[in-house]
Design a protein around this ligand. Structure first.
Ligand code: ITT
Length: 196
């Protein structure tokens, strides 16, 4: 049995694989390198479904997509679905993080609440679709810390921890993150459709 991960972000592929592999023994999890659809949805769910649908149509396999981002309360939920390109089209993680820190430079600790969101979507070649949302609450730090993970992890202090998401081990992050929570909801659906 094969499924394909409909993302071109290598960090996501790594995390999705590590989370899924132990839960889906016997399922081969492939990375997708086909055409990228235009992500013109107005929500994480719409964009996740657009990506999953395109990969399922292109490969003829069940496809899982991840649309995710960081949502900052005081910015009304931004960067949100625009997280990957917050500082421009280049998807430069360092620049994105610096811009966000600069935008919050005058915001005190008690007003820096934020959460990561991940929508994990499943699309089958027969048109079946599902989407599950996971959220990881926390707050934004004033300076980056840590070298693990990717994206905004160095400036995110997860609720219940005294270290940034980039200081957590991959093992811990993959047990508690927005991505882990979304996949927890999707795995039973996957097992059912794959007959596992
Ligand atoms: P694909 O569309 O090919 O999957 P992408 O990176 O463009 O790759 P998104 O549009 O979903 O994907 O953007 C997600 C961005 O949100 C990502 O580039 C990071 O900047 C941020 N992000 C998502 N999950 C994250 C995590 O676990 N840790 C840190 N940053 C994260």
């Amino acid at each position: 049995v094969q499924i394909v991960l409909a993302t071109h972000n290598a960090h996501k592929v790594e995390e999705l694989r590590r989370i899924l592999a132990p839960q889906l023994p016997g399922v081969e999890v492939l990375a997708y390198d086909g055409p990228e659809p235009v992500e013109d949805g107005i929500s994480f769910t719409e964009n996740a479904l657009i990506k999953a649908r395109a990969a399922a149509a292109h490969t003829g396999l069940p496809a899982i997509a991840d649309d995710s981002g960081i949502c900052v309360d005081i910015l009304g939920g931004a960067p949100g679905i625009f997280s990957a390109r917050w500082s421009g089209p280049a998807k430069d993680a360092g620049e994105n993080l610096r811009l966000l820190l600069w935008q919050l430079s005058d915001v005190s600790e008690e007003h820096r609440d934020a959460h990561f969101t991940c929508v994990a979507a499943l699309a089958l070649p027969d048109g079946t679709e599902r989407a599950v949302t996971g959220e990881w609450p926390g707050q934004l730090l004033f300076e980056p810390a840590g070298a693990n993970g990717f994206g905004y992890d160095p400036i995110f202090l997860p609720e219940g921890y005294a270290i940034s998401a980039a200081e957590l081990s991959a093992h811990v992050k993959n047990q508690v993150s927005h991505r882990a929570i979304a996949l927890e909801g999707l795995v039973p659906v996957l097992r059912e459709v794959l007959g596992q």
